[in-house]
Design a protein around this ligand. Structure first.
Ligand code: NDP
Length: 245
């Protein structure tokens, strides 16, 4: 695991947007950030899942979160601009954003990839991330030191048979992260990507249905890197793809 000892309250007074906060790694990141003092904005497509995370945070006496129900597949540039303005109005700034939501699509031979699946995966995993980043950067720059985190994968730096659009979207995610990181290198914003590695989640179960998930690290176990990159300890780290395990 990434070697970082989490400090109590290290995220207090921070407002952090977690995209894809209803399940898997994003759900755990939202709970962890709230436990460390952050006010978390929970964005995702299934409202009930977001409400469950909200309830868990409140039950654990974390700062009251906010919920933004949004499906990245259909969301428009204007939706993200409005969202950024609402966050700026309500919180004054955004200290961190974890771009974690992705879809796997279908694992198929390259010549069998459906055009619709290709388009959906590129829309959710790449174009939505780009539109969100564009809209959120002005609000992130209002914070004294902000962190934007993209999520890649091992297939984002080494192509793999049958992983078609998902793999391509993750290569592009790393490219997008590098472009923004280089452009904002002298600013208060740092931009990086996390490769979580194999982690027990619903997406992993879809990709590897025969696998015994009890042998994999849990989302909770991979949290040290997710906390490090949001905490002030990672100030100055920019343009990197870091492995959570
Ligand atoms: P899950 O599928 O378990 O969770 C993804 C979350 O993103 C869900 O809450 C889901 O919402 C949300 N989401 C998906 N599509 C959309 C959409 N169109 N609009 C809004 N929200 C959406 O994934 P993981 O937790 O496994 O993965 C998290 C990230 O880590 C992803 O970027 C993935 O590519 C990456 N990753 C994961 C690995 C693993 O082993 N788990 C390995 C390498 C990378 P809902 O539940 O409502 O559908």
């Amino acid at each position: 695991m990434f070697d970082y000892t989490t400090k109590e309250n290290c995220l207090s007074n921070k407002t952090i947007l977690v995209v894809g906060a209803g399940d898997g790694i994003g759900r755990q990141a939202a709970l962890t950030y709230a436990q460390l003092g952050a006010t978390v904005i929970l964005l995702g497509k299934t409202v009930e899942k977001l409400e469950n995370v909200y309830d868990e945070i409140v039950t654990n006496e974390g700062p009251e979160p906010a919920i933004i129900p949004l499906d990245l597949k259909g969301a428009t540039k204007q939706n993200y601009i409005d969202m950024s303005a609402t966050i700026a109005n309500q919180f004054g700034k955004l200290d961190g954003a974890l771009f974690n939501a992705s879809m796997l699509g279908e694992l198929t031979p390259y010549t069998h990839i459906h055009e619709q699946v290709w388009n959906d995966v590129i829309q959710v995993n790449l174009t939505a991330q780009h539109l969100m980043a564009q809209a959120l950067i002005p609000t992130l720059l209002k914070a004294p030191s902000a962190s934007l985190i993209f999520t890649s994968s091992t297939v984002g730096s080494q192509g793999r048979a049958f992983w078609g659009p998902y793999s391509v979207s993750k290569f592009a995610t790393e490219g997008l992260m590098q472009v923004i990181a280089d452009e904002y290198d002298e600013s208060s914003l740092r931009v990086n990507a996390i490769n979580p590695g194999a982690t027990a989640t619903p997406m992993r179960a879809k990709a590897y249905p025969a696998e015994d998930q009890s042998k994999l690290p849990t989302a909770e176990q991979i949290m040290p890197l997710y906390v490090y990159l949001m905490a002030d300890d990672s100030k100055g780290v920019n343009g990197q793809v870091l492995k959570a395990q």
